[in-house]
Design a protein around this ligand. Sequence first.
Ligand code: IMP
Ligand code: MG
Length: 177
Amino acid sequence: MHNDIKKISLNEEQIEEIVSRLGKEISNDYNGKEPLFIGILKGCIPFMPDLLKNVSINCTLDYLRVSSYEGTKSSGKITIKGDIPSVKDKDVIIVEDILDTGRTLMNVRNLLLEEGAKSVNICVLLDKPEGRIVDIKADYVGGHVPNEFVVGYGLDYNEKYRNLPYIGVLKEEIYTH
Ligand code: IMP
Ligand code: MG
């Protein structure tokens, strides 16, 4: 598995620092509130559990199963599988692995607002600004990556590599042959 990685984008120590910083920022900003964290499966694992360990205020959590990708290209269509969490009058924080074209998070944010959420903010581990197609920004961003396909720490290529403890760029030969 490690041989399929061209270069490391973020090592384990860097990820730990990012997650700790985001947890503190959110805890400060939501002081006095009780946010509902909604993780987008499956890419939010292990990011969301690690993030929550760094959140020092009361909160609740739920998950939403969404898929939009096939191979290394975003399909543009998103599919929600299973129940939509109850968000009525809640301050929601969506937790997602990466913001690329923006379609997934635009769709999910609009859906949760339609469902009656009081507020919806977005927390992403990574932002890939060059990939953006729809106009959306994340409120909490761990780090930025160039327009390369990255895997690890929840990010997959055809469901694999999620278990890498770091984030790295996948060798092109893995997805071109
Ligand atoms: P968007 O709708 O194009 O913003 O896509 C977001 C989703 O695409 C993320 O939840 C990821 O699952 C996936 N994605 C985008 N870029 C990458 C990448 O570089 N590696 C792995 N998955 C990615
Ligand atoms: Mg994915």
